[in-house]
Design a protein around this ligand. Structure first.
Ligand code: NAD
Length: 463
């Protein structure tokens, strides 16, 4: 049983962080770099323990734990330490007005202050520590509020991070809604929230009271569009992998497929083939397959397969509450009003929707909230470009699923209902920094400024 942070301690944690920030210790380059390297060390030295926490919380295999959460923390913290000096450099600004050419102009990036990081249960380590390396890089103090739904991971962070990072600058607050409600009463200088849109609205409303800027990393239904020019077998393998990793509990999991009618039989056959290759004895018997986070999420998924009017090709079963397993499930003949096409599935159910052509696919996507990712499988350049030009999504990922989130240098985030703000490497640094414009006007340009002083006379200012 994880012990939550006593509610009466939360304002003290907050004011301690504020005091630390005001001392200025988090600002120097050397100090930030050291904390980044320490964070990499934390993930490296505790990789086995973190993998075990992920197994307990999500039933993840060690490979999925390392691939999905741990290795990215190590590599990105090391890379951030390497890039930090460059990120911190003031950016010179070129001015265009001839009158202002003698001014000294630049933009500096300064830390926003004390920041709050609220993370979810599905990737509880990377989604807590990615914003944290951003906050450290930017020179901020931070409190992390990890999810109560992944108690082993959250408790591990609370019990061990302070052994590596300066505890006066970085804290972990454990708890559920009552603790979060207290946390949200306080004034933070930036909040980075990753989770669902319903809670995103609660966080936004709380932040608005203090005019606190926000990053909202939310979810949504990420569509896959595939045409006949794609390598169907390879596409099926890559789509299926993105749907079974972490049991489909990924914000960027392919939510549904839009496929031209003519290719659906081949696509279904290929998905079946790869499914059997991944799990020769069935997914529910495999150690390579995780489980659903909670009973309520399992019940939600059961409800979806019970209520769908589509045809189940494989899957649609579960083992029972003890291990909260849910079999990868492929559903075809799914119509536009089906329950599978309402909310984000966030589990291993994959519906295929037949479309006549690209125009119908574009209209289908545009009739829904903007997704976090749009996936394209096609070898036709015009097809790709037309889809990209006529739809809106946080990211466009072509030719594979989920793997693209590992490309550290490309900023990641949503648009509209899938959120706003950007994460990963410099985007994280930028998120927790503010741009301070510097303009210095030298004494020597005084002769050019005479026209601005009264008394004003006719003709003294010529435009
Ligand atoms: P969750 O239930 O763990 O909640 C996330 C955080 O919100 C937790 O720390 C929790 O304590 C807090 N919270 C919950 N209820 C609250 C309340 N009433 N008031 C204040 N705080 C509250 O996680 P979840 O929301 O189920 O996460 C899954 C969602 O997150 C999915 O929609 C998924 O797509 C999205 N997600 C997005 C990204 C991304 O990078 N865009 C990444 C992962 C998950």
């Amino acid at each position: 049983m994880v012990e939550y942070t006593p509610i009466q301690d939360i304002p003290t944690i907050h004011s301690d962080l504020r005091k630390t920030f005001r001392t200025g210790i988090t600002k120097p380059y050397e100090w930030r770099r050291h904390q980044l390297l320490q964070l990499a060390r934390f993930a490296q030295e505790n990789s086995d323990a973190l993998a075990e926490c992920l197994r307990l919380d999500l039933g993840r295999s060690k490979q999925e734990a390392i691939m999905g959460d741990v290795s990215a923390v190590i590599s990105r913290c090391l890379l951030a330490a390497e890039k930090l000096e460059e990120w911190m450099k003031p950016e010179p600004v070129v001015v265009n007005s001839p009158l202002q050419r003698g001014f000294k102009t630049s933009v500096e990036r300064h830390p926003k202050g004390i920041v709050l990081i609220v993370s979810p249960w599905n990737f509880p380590i990377i989604l807590s520590l990615q914003p944290l390396y951003g906050a450290i890089s930017a020179g901020c103090c931070a409190a992390i509020k990890p999810s109560e739904m992944s108690p082993n991971c959250s408790a591990f962070l609370a019990e061990n991070l302070h052994k590596y990072l300066d505890p006066s600058a970085y804290r972990v607050i454990l708890g559920g809604v009552p603790e979060m409600t207290k946390v949200l009463e306080l004034k933070w200088d930036h909040i980075c929230y990753t989770g669902n849109g319903r809670v995103g609205r609660i966080i936004s409303a709380a932040a608005a009271k203090h005019l606190t800027p926000l990053t909202l990393e939310l979810g949504g239904k990420s569509p896959v569009i595939i045409d006949s020019t794609a390598d169907i077998s390879l596409a099926a393998k890559r789509i299926l992998w993105g749907k079974i990793f972490n049991t489909g509990q990924i914000c960027v999991a392919p939510d549904y497929i839009l496929a031209e009618k003519s290719i659906i039989p081949a696509l279904v056959e290929a998905l079946k083939e790869h499914y059997h290759a991944f799990y020769p004895n069935g997914a529910l018997a495999s150690d390579s397959y995780g489980h659903i986070i909670s009973d309520s999420h399992l019940e939600r998924l059961k409800g979806l397969v019970e209520k769908t009017k589509g045809t189940i090709v494989f899957g649609g079963t579960w083992e029972g509450k003890a291990r909260r397993s849910f079999e990868p499930t492929l559903v075809v003949d799914v119509k536009e009003d089906d329950i599978l096409l309402e909310e984000e599935i966030f589990g291993p159910i994959l519906p295929i929707v037949a479309v006549e052509d690209l125009d119908e696919a574009i209209a289908f996507v545009n009739n829904r909230d903007h997704p976090l990712v749009s996936y394209i499988f096609s070898n036709n350049e015009d097809f790709k470009q037309k889809f990209i030009a006529n739809t809106t999504s946080g990211n466009v990922w072509i030719g594979d699923t989920f793997q693209q989130v590992g490309v550290s240098e490309v900023p990641f985030g949503g648009v509209g209902e899938s959120g706003y703000g950007r994460q990963s490497m410099k985007a994280c640094f930028d998120d927790f920094s503010y741009q301070r414009g510097l303009v210095e006007i030298p004494d020597g340009i005084e002769p050019f400024l005479t026209a601005r002083y009264p008394p004003y006379t006719e003709g003294s200012l010529e435009i």
